[in-house]
Design a protein around this ligand. Structure first.
Ligand SMILES: NC(=O)c1ccc[n+]([C@@H]2O[C@H](COP(=O)([O-])OP(=O)(O)OC[C@H]3O[C@@H](n4cnc5c(N)ncnc54)[C@H](OP(=O)(O)O)[C@@H]3O)[C@@H](O)[C@H]2O)c1
Length: 321
């Protein structure tokens, strides 16, 4: 948990009482806790929107998988003993209380580790490539941070749907990694002008859609390599918030800009079930690679954060209580 915002050192391992289960709730014994960029925003506390600062102390985390250990009154499913995953707060813990209706029963084909590393990222990739901007043959997508946890999923999912995938990365080594995860072309944005290179690769047209999980450092240049009427999806801010910008920048090419959050795309229970179904089918597909970067004990959550924000990870990290 954290008692103040700051760097990884503010994370501490503590014992705390769980509230008694209320109607509609379930107690989960977590077996694999995902480490996602949202956790870093939560720790830093200055990202606004769904990542606005919450009252202290905060039990960290946004998702985990585990076993239903107990259910509150009126809960008939999932049953005690079921393997489930969830998107919800306070997941860096041995036990977490969640509304039972928000639990996703996990298929046997997905291990706890893969679900722990990929449930939140998979659901995000699902709405990004299937619903917000449906990819398919004839579409060219540019993905920033293509060798990161989200990037390796988007590359594979986009390719599976038949789109042409271009990825940007922060090192030459990561260019190879991006190519091995479905990207037709990779650009090192630390050594190349990525917008100029994308215009070259698309014969001067620009990408149809840009999936930008970086924010501040890439947003402005992304507007220079999107095609007329294309969509720039600012879905993350690993390099900092985009901040205020002049709407007139969008005018000459009728650019569509959106700043989505997963929670809006899985708020409706029917949509959430359909999204989880599509995500599990994708993650369990034998053609799809779902590597795990590291498995650390829960007590080393700070080290997990250092690695993720230090740009050294090219696959998800999970924490084991
Ligand atoms: N909106 C949503 O619904 C939603 C849901 C899930 C995740 N996300 C977003 O998806 C993005 C990726 O999440 P992830 O957990 O899978 O992380 P990740 O992509 O594994 O890690 C972030 C990557 O961003 C790149 N980066 C560029 N500038 C950076 C900087 N100044 N500091 C740190 N990293 C920088 C790094 O790759 P290079 O070294 O290649 O530059 C780094 O590896 C995050 O922005 C997250 O907020 C959004």
């Amino acid at each position: 948990m954290i008692r103040q915002h700051g760097g990884p050192d503010v994370l501490t391992l503590e014992e705390t009482e769980l509230p008694p289960l209320k109607s509609g709730e379930a107690l989960i014994r977590n077996t694999a806790c995902g480490v996602n960029y949202a956790d870093i925003y939560e720790r830093e506390g200055d990202h606004g929107g769904p990542h606005s600062a919450k009252p202290m102390p905060i039990v960290m985390g946004h998702m985990a998988v585990g076993i239903v250990e107990e259910v509150g009154p009126d809960v008939s499913s999932p049953p005690v003993g079921a393997r489930v995953g969830y998107i919800g707060p306070a997941s860096y813990a041995e036990h977490t209380v969640m509304p039972a209706a928000r639990l996703f029963p996990l298929p046997d084909a997905l291990s706890d580790e893969v679900a722990g590393g990929y449930l939140l990222r998979g659901l995000t990739a699902e709405y990004l490539v299937r619903r917000l901007y449906p990819l398919g043959p004839g579409k060219t997508a540019l993905v920033h941070a293509a060798a990161g946890g989200m990037g390796i999923l988007l590359g594979q999912w986009g390719r599976k749907l038949g789109a042409r995938m271009i990825g940007t990365v922060g090192s030459d080594e990561k260019m190879q990694i991006a190519r091995s995860f479905g990207y037709d072309a990779a650009i090192n944005y630390n050594t190349e002008d990525f917008a100029a290179r994308v215009m070259e690769l698309t014969d001067g047209t620009g990408a149809d859609v840009i999936y930008d999980g970086i924010g501040k450092s890439a947003f402005r240049a992304s507007l220079d390599c999107i095609r007329p009427r294309g969509m720039v999806i600012s879905y993350g801010t690993a390099s900092g918030n985009v901040g205020a910008f002049d709407l007139q920048l969008l005018h000459s090419k009728s650019i569509i800009v959106t700043r989505p959050t997963l929670r809006s795309w899985i708020a409706d229970p029917e949509e959430a079930r359909a999204a989880a179904g599509a995500t599990f089918t994708f993650l369990a597909d034998p053609d799809i690679r779902t590597p795990i970067g590291a498995i650390l004990p829960l007590s080393q959550a700070a080290e997990a954060h250092r690695q993720l924000e230090g740009r050294v990870t090219t696959a998800p990290i999970i924490l084991k209580p």
